[in-house]
Ligand binder design. Sequence first.
Ligand code: SF4
Ligand code: SF4
Length: 239
Amino acid sequence: MGALFDKLNNDVRFVEGINGCINCGTCTAICPAAEVYDYEPRSIVNMVQTRDDSIIEGLLKSDTIWYCGECMSCKTRCPRNNAPGLVVQALRGLSIEKGYFIESEKGRQQLSLKRMLGNSILETGYCVHFDHTELSMFPELGPVWQWVRDNREKVLAKVGANYKGDGPGAMRNIAKENLDELEKIFEVTGGIDWFDKIENNSAKKAEEMNLDIGEKTSKSSTYFRHVYTYNTPNKHNRK
Ligand code: SF4
Ligand code: SF4
């Protein structure tokens, strides 16, 4: 048993997620991510079950652990009551903690999530805020979203939102004291530390790739744009 396995074993998600795998493959059969990606939850559980640190390190540096959509369908069918999705969550956490996520293309995309969703939660209280989403980053939405934005007050009033208002309702302003409280929760639960690890390790990788990491809020730096937009052709999909 190695140090990485010990770390995993201290994560409640890992302890809850694996009771002993018989390698039956039922989780892979039900897994929607396995239909699309070069991905098998059965193999992941099988690999961590070896308790071999070199195998686990390989997983932590791989694209594999980032394909799971966390739907937990695997949990519903496993004859041993395992939850490969929870095992994946523990692996992702350890990958970020050790800085291994920057070694894979999908892992490096953590910077996009941190800057687009993580920053938004702390700044606005919303994971995705109507006003903070850069439309140029979602060209697949076409002109509709721009129209909705141009007519936001009318549209939001129609659906009963309380846009930027006080009191209850969707899209209301979140008070400063609540945002401070939210930040405190992120601090004590290790979320801020995670964000720092994502930024600091991404900065190292950006330097190695000769790209600009930009400010911690930047969505236009060359490194951010690269990890946000680039996928090596034919690398990730099921063959
Ligand atoms: S369904 Fe459960 S026992 Fe079967 S391979 Fe997946 S995790 Fe292992
Ligand atoms: S939680 Fe992940 S591994 Fe489990 S079925 Fe969903 S996508 Fe697949």
